[in-house]
Each structure stands twice: as structure tokens, then as C-alpha cells.
Write a protein that binds this ligand. Sequence first.
Ligand code: ZN
Length: 72
Amino acid sequence: MPDRPDEQPNDPTQQRHSNRLVSDQDVEDADDILFAHPPRVVRRWLCGCGADYPCTDVRFALLVKSTAEAGE
Ligand SMILES: [Zn+2]
């Protein structure tokens, strides 16, 4: 097989240098990253008292309840 790097772009040792800011490999990596990191809508829970749910009071109450249930 003749050594023709232009037709062997998959061989990392044969990658050409280019004047572009990013290489084809960088763009490929970016695609992979964007595919693996889609944006997600996160629903925020707010407690009735205005703090993030569960607030410290709720966490304490849940701890008491679970401890009481475990002791039954
Ligand atoms: Zn609360």
C-alpha cells in the first residue's frame, strides 16, 4: 500500500498540519462531547418556607421519621 496520508485520515500519526484553528479531530471530539452532554431542564423544588426543598427543617423531620420507622 503506498504511503498516501491524504487518503488515510484515520491514522493519527499521519494527520496533516493545517492552518485552521481546530483540527478535524478536534471537531470530531467536539461532536462527541456535545452528543454526550445534551442540555437538561432541571426542575427545582422549592419548599413551602421558600428555601430549596428539602430545607433543613424538612431534612430533620425526614430523618426523625425514618429513624422512628426503623425502630419499630
Ligand atoms: Zn422548609
